[in-house]
Design a protein around this ligand. Structure first.
Ligand SMILES: [Zn+2]
Length: 512
């Protein structure tokens, strides 16, 4: 996520940056909309799922070609993640583009070291201004009676018999989504507006089980909403043919039926499945070092999209060199009416339409920042609600490295001044970088997580020495790829490289 604060495109020839102070979008909470969400979430009239049942076996991944979506050096991860959740989803998008029905089967394996008595899933549309109604919820083919909580954004499925470590179950369910027709909540990540359907987090998603147990809460308006493990997705989308579709992963088949189209995607390992659809989309494509880059946007925004693809291609090279290679064979960008400048998804990035317009000051930094999230959020995951600095501050620091590598010290100084600017707008207060999103005001979230948090990594580099620091970032990414990073994992990785105790530095900058 990258929200508007003050992001000039770095003009390396200018001594003063034409920094544009902008009014941070005030997000009005339509509490009334939440009040209208009913607690009755049972869907009576939905047709039975047409999906084939998933056999309870760990060989599911092998039945599909997920390897073709990964560059060769990452393909062995398919064996390592053979216990990851496997989603089979069918979305049917109505001609109006904002009513979506669906069915889902999840092959879920208990990868924890305790037995589980229930499984928890997130129903994000119910807290993103929309409505998600569930029906026909079954465990291993048997109807179950679930519980709902967190404003109906949490579905708790009690298990008939607890599942032991390594044991698997199959969950199946139908759902019916009304997508909000405004971008008022959570930057409009889930919305049909401006002739674009942005279908984010629009399926029942398994919550993360960690040292807190099932880890689910209502996300604050300022940050990202998900915390998810790596999973595999086979998704069929039935949609009006007038809409051009952009989905996570690889498109593996397509069929036209009159005014409708059926497109199938395979995505994985990824932390989420995202789809955008619009009758207005044109597609601009670039191939770079075995990765196909695409930008889905409006025809008149082609120049901005082409520039964005240049920046993305350079970002993949720079971050690939500095951290680890980009894992997938595709990276897609879509433009949407989101209130954020950009939002990250695995192998996909949503960019707000307006910054593609000519001479926009935000585009280059936004593309670099969102591309950096492919390493910090997707490849190495984190609890985006409790540890936002582990993806946002690192993505900002990566953006600083992009400007350094691309434009030398003038680029570095220019982008550093925007980081310092964010922090100075809250008076350079020494608020810890390692707090949950909910502990910051909107201004503090921008100043600390997007400003001070990125500057911390320069202090860390100074204390560790440049060479040890560069090895540390590489080892943090490579040793935690496909897993979840934490503050302690990051600190330990840094201390291992410098052979030093960084507790005081973390006390000064990070710890509450
Ligand atoms: Zn971000």
């Amino acid at each position: 996520m990258f929200a508007q604060d003050s992001y000039p495109r770095i003009n390396i020839m200018a001594t003063s940056h034409n920094e544009k102070d902008t009014v941070k979008k005030v997000l009005v909470l339509p509490i009334i909309a939440l009040l209208f969400l009913t607690s009755c979430l049972h869907l009576e009239s939905q047709a039975e799922s047409t999906l084939e049942p998933i056999p309870p076996t760990l060989s599911l991944i092998g039945q599909f070609d997920f390897g073709s979506g990964l560059i060769p050096e990452y393909r062995s991860v398919l064996q390592d993640l053979s216990d990851a959740s496997f989603y089979s989803i069918e979305f049917i998008i109505a001609d109006d583009l904002y009513h979506v029905t669906g069915s889902e089967t999840i092959h879920y394996t208990n990868t924890e070291n305790v037995s589980l008595h229930e499984v928890q899933l997130r129903l994000f549309p119910n807290i993103l201004g929309g409505k998600m109604v569930m029906g026909h919820i079954k465990e291993n083919g048997n109807v179950v009676t679930p519980r709902y909580s967190l404003n109906n954004s949490l579905l708790v499925i009690p298990l008939e018999r607890s599942i032991e470590p390594k044991e698997s179950i199959t969950l199946s369910m139908d759902f019916d989504i009304t997508v909000p027709q405004s971008v008022d909540l959570n930057y409009g990540v889930l919305a049909y507006a401006d002739n674009v359907l942005a279908l984010a987090h629009a399926y029942p998603m398994i919550a993360v089980y960690d040292e807190e147990g099932w880890n689910a809460e209502i996300p604050p308006q300022t940050g990202d909403v998900t915390y998810a493990d790596m999973s595999f997705f086979v998704v069929t989308v039935d949609a009006p043919k007038k809409a051009t579709l952009a989905g996570s992963g690889r498109e593996v088949s397509r069929q036209d039926n009159g005014g409708r189209q059926t497109v199938r995607y395979e995505a994985g390992p990824v932390r989420d499945f995202y789809l955008a659809a619009s009758p207005d989309y044109e597609v601009f494509t670039r191939a770079v070092n075995g990765v196909t880059l695409r930008f889905y946007t409006r025809d008149y925004l082609q120049a901005g999209a082409e520039f964005a693809l240049d920046v993305a291609a350079r970002s993949l090279e720079i971050f690939g060199e500095r951290y680890a290679p980009y894992p997938y064979t595709e990276l897609d960008f879509v433009s949407t009416p989101t209130h954020a400048l950009g939002i990250e998804y695995p192998g996909m990035i949503a960019i707000t339409h307006s910054i593609l317009e000519p001479d926009n000051n935000y585009l280059e930094a936004t593309i670099a920042h969102e591309t950096a999230h492919q390493w910090f959020y997707n490849l190495v995951g984190n609890d985006q609600l409790d540890d936002p600095w582990l993806d946002e501050s690192l993505a900002q620091f990566a953006t600083l490295q992009y400007f350094t590598d691309e434009y030398g010290s003038a680029g570095e100084d220019g982008f550093r001044s925007t980081l310092a600017g964010r922090w100075s707008r809250i008076g350079n207060e020494n608020i810890p970088v390692g707090l949950p999103v909910q502990d910051y005001s909107g201004a503090e979230y921008s100043g600390i997580i997007y400003g001070r948090g990125a500057l911390f990594f320069e202090s860390l580099r100074e204390q560790m020495g440049r060479e040890a620091f560069e090895s540390f970032i590489k080892s943090y990414v490579q040793n935690n790829a496909w897993n979840i990073g934490t503050t302690e994992i990051l600190k330990t990785a840094a201390e291992a490289q410098c052979g030093c105790d960084l507790s005081d530095l973390f006390k000064d900058w990070i710890y509450p």
